[in-house]
Design a protein around this ligand. Structure first.
Ligand code: DOR
Length: 411
């Protein structure tokens, strides 16, 4: 039996158990085997390895329901290995990767390829998301049953909505039977107008109501979409939703300042939209926070705004961006952590996102106050594309523990 690790003296925040207080955790053989609040230690604790975390937050490992690992096909932007490393540095222990790869993840074979590559890496569990339509072309549905059997966490043509209502309807019928979400890229294929987002969200909520299927709205960005989701939830329609750290913290003014580095899909919106997103998160209308980590090469981001690639490399600044909202009082620490842990675990339907005794020891330790300057050269991600480059952030992940194995990132 390996020696246990006692994580001692931190502020344990675990929304799954409504815990927020000083305490300690003991992990052994990859599991959490003991937990106590206050100054209690397990018998024989002197014999364990000890991680002293006074003044730091100890919470369940973060879960990201939406990211891009770019492999297969776009390894100049990111590889599964570099993406995993970046996610781990950002405090994530489980991530779901989108299928806009080359080839797209529309077959059992590609899903298995991504899973087997990811399983070779340490620190993060990767759950792929399968396409809704073959080649993401919006013409024929994938074999959803076969992809579900191969272990996808959901289905999406991310980057674009499912092209037609007819196909979306059929996908939602199947999603009901499979118990998996159809994840909606809530934008019209071109344009980025707020009304386009609202139109697609309204279409897909109506289809979820008709079919009883489960629609998950990805990266909600407008006040109008928040209101539609609020109304749909009140009617009992099976809809869940996510918001990104950048849509919660930046407005379209960032485009003037940072140019293509602030180009994302959907676009950054107005202050009023940002306020509606924060309010939606507080009410539970928006269920989770997801990074939409979208690494690109410097060349992809060059040139004029219209032709540059959309996306922000988000894993390594997600926590500090969100801590900015905690420090300003817009969100509470518990709200942020719940949206990164137990709530995405519930969407995944997996025993994750909790520090309860018996759970796999996926744990994130961070300093909510540590100030640091974003140096993209030090990113583990190949994607250096972030408007936060050079900015001073407050809040830093220091240790990420995955199934009991711990990775120390330092100051
Ligand atoms: O900004 C974005 N980039 N939004 C998306 O939905 C797709 C992503 C990408 O793949 O680069």
């Amino acid at each position: 039996m390996t020696k246990g690790l006692l994580i001692r003296g931190g502020r344990i925040i675990d929304p799954s158990q409504k815990i927020d207080g000083t305490g300690s955790l003991l992990i052994r053989e990859g599991k959490i085997v003991w937990q106590a609040q206050g100054e209690f230690f397990p018998p024989g604790w002197e014999n364990y390895n000890v991680l002293l975390v006074n003044g730091l937050v100890v919470c369940p490992g973060f879960i990201d329901f939406h990211c891009h690992l770019r492999e297969p096909g776009f390894v100049a932007k990111e590889t599964i290995a570099t993406g995993i490393q970046a996610a781990s540095k950002g405090g994530f222990t489980t991530i779901c990767c989108m299928p806009n790869t080359d080839p797209p993840m529309d077959s059992e074979e590609t899903i298995k390829y991504v899973k087997s590559k990811a399983d070779k890496e340490k620190g993060v569990v990767v759950l792929p998301i399968g396409c809704v339509t073959v080649g993401r072309k919006g013409k024929t549905l994938v074999d959803m049953k076969a992809l579900a059997k191969a272990g996808v966490a959901g289905f999406s043509d991310d980057g674009e909505p499912v092209k037609t209502a007819a196909l979306m309807k059929e996908a939602l019928v199947q999603s009901r039977e499979l118990g998996l979400p159809v994840i909606d890229h809530c934008e019209e294929p071109v344009g980025g107008a707020p009304e386009g987002e609202e139109r697609i969200v309204a279409r897909d909520i109506k289809l979820a109501e008709k079919t009883g299927g489960w629609v998950h709205i990805a990266h909600v960005s407008t006040a109008g979409a928040v209101q539609s989701i609020r109304k749909a939830k009140a009617k009992g329609i099976k809809v869940t939703a996510e918001v990104t750290p950048h849509h919660l913290t930046l407005t379209k003014d960032a485009v003037k300042k940072y140019g293509t580095l602030a180009k994302v899909n959907p676009p950054l919106r107005t202050k009023r939209d940002v306020q509606a997103l924060i309010q939606g998160l507080k009410e539970g209308v928006i269920d989770i926070i997801a990074t939409d980590h979208a690494p690109h090469t410097a060349a992809d981001k060059q040139g004029d705004f219209a032709s540059a690639a959309a996306g922000i490399s988000g894993f390594e600044t997600a926590l500090s961006s969100l801590m900015g909202l905690v420090h300003s009082g817009a969100l509470t620490m518990n709200e942020v952590i719940a949206c990164l842990t137990i709530k995405p675990a519930q969407i995944l339907g997996k025993q994750l996102g909790s520090l309860a005794v018996g759970m796999t020891a996926d744990i994130t330790v961070f300093d909510p106050d540590k100030e640091w300057t974003v140096n993209v050269k030090k990113f583990a991600s190949k994607g250096k594309n972030t408007p936060l480059a050079g900015s001073v952030q407050r809040g830093k992940v220091l240790v990420t523990i995955s199934a009991g194995e711990h990775f120390v990132w330092g100051g």
